[in-house]
Design a binder for this molecule. Sequence first.
Ligand code: NAD
Length: 489
Amino acid sequence: MMNELLTHHWIDGQPYAGGQPVPVVNPATGAPLGEVLLGDAEVVERAVASAQAAFPKWRNTPVSRRAQVLYAFRDQLRAHLDELAELISAEHGKTVDDARGEMARGIEAVELACGVPGLLKGEFGEQTATNLDTFSMLQPLGVCVGVTPFNFPVMIPLMKMAVAVAAGNTFILKPSEQDPGPAVRLAELAKAAGLPDGVFSVVHGGQDVVEALIDHPDTTAVSFVGSTPVAHSIYRRGAAAGIRVQALGGAKNHLVVMPDANVGFTADALAAGAFGAAGQRCMAVTTAVLVGDGADEVVEAVRLRAEGMILGAGSDPATQVGPLISAAAKERVQSMVARAIDAGAKPVVDRSTEVVPGHEGGFFVGPTLLDHVTPTSEIYLQEVFGPVLIVLRVNTLDEALELIRTNRYGNGAAIFTASGTAARRFQRDAQAGMVGVNVPIPVPVAPFGAGGWNDSVFGDTGLSNAAWRFYTQPKYVSARWDEQVGRDS
Ligand code: NAD
């Protein structure tokens, strides 16, 4: 009998054992929840062989049938939404409500992919020369690999896998080993929806497994989301292997507050954007850039909110800020805050070492607000990935835009203002891939795709709707049909 607490790989439509178990830890207590098997070369070989074998039949499955399977998958996800939200919360630590929100965005990505019959049409040019027609079609690549981060264990895998599979590819997901359970549940639900065995597999593992997947001669593309150093190394490795690569990396998202912005509305957005999900969102608001007069009022309003937010386990309905993913993450964030204060930042709220009663072993870091941070400090230049909001003060919108331009990252940027002129200037000139106007976390809805600029992305286009071109290759056909093509009779 299978051990319920041991997360297996999913290969060929069933659980697969291989490699070594490592613990999966409950971030709210620090206690083990179970184990996950980290794969090896043999597991990778199995998964790729299965995906390669499934490809010809899936590629030839009519696109309308593929869409039906995706609709059924969407229904499965809806029916199991609460169960999956609880699993996400247990392994990741985010609140169950937040996990429901993640599920909703993931389902949106599957719904986008259900539209594949209309979205993958080619072009046709009639009589482009004498008796000659020219047309194009978008064909799948084959075995595609997705490598995903811990912070959205359902949404990001679905943003990749749904489009890849709808386009006729087979897909191997390598989720984060820190919260691996939801990925396998997705595979089980996809099978229940009628997805043929081998079309969607899940392989757990670390760097060696990722590299073996990229280097495999049957792999055609790798889509990565995670931290910038790993994104860059995946980009280089994929390029060396001659395959398609999209590698989305880390972030430092600025929220610029103009002097005319409503203080309460803006402070709500800053607190939710910075401290929600314990700051473990690639689009988290990490940096408030306060322009001109009125900065003190904004800091004071955020202070009240930061002090009032409830830190606790994600399973507790009262919780607003859950734990970080690991002891290492907690230690990293706490030490960055301490160094920032040593370097001169003013701790308006410092809950970074707060302990949650009854959860002393949990990886908690409370909402922390640091004012008067300088553009050369570590806490401004490095991604923190925790519930820490830093404040920089500038005199003009130009200075704010220059800060964003010179920062190495370019995922999201937002402006809060009542001025259409300032907003329009910002949306044109902000050097970031996703821009918000009075919206703190501007992740576009699925029909628009998503992705950053600068060191927040390497390689090809973004996720969701921007991924159709990534997961297909165009073929251009020139066809002549005239009297000469047959034998003379
Ligand atoms: P991570 O880079 O540590 O890990 C991401 C994935 O890569 C995991 O599956 C992990 O097992 C694997 N991995 C780790 N080290 C590797 C290596 N050396 N070689 C190959 N694979 C390796 O990231 P994380 O901590 O899981 O996630 C948080 C990061 O992801 C943050 O930097 C965040 O900003 C970023 N992120 C970015 C986006 C985006 O859209 N740009 C979205 C979500 C998260």
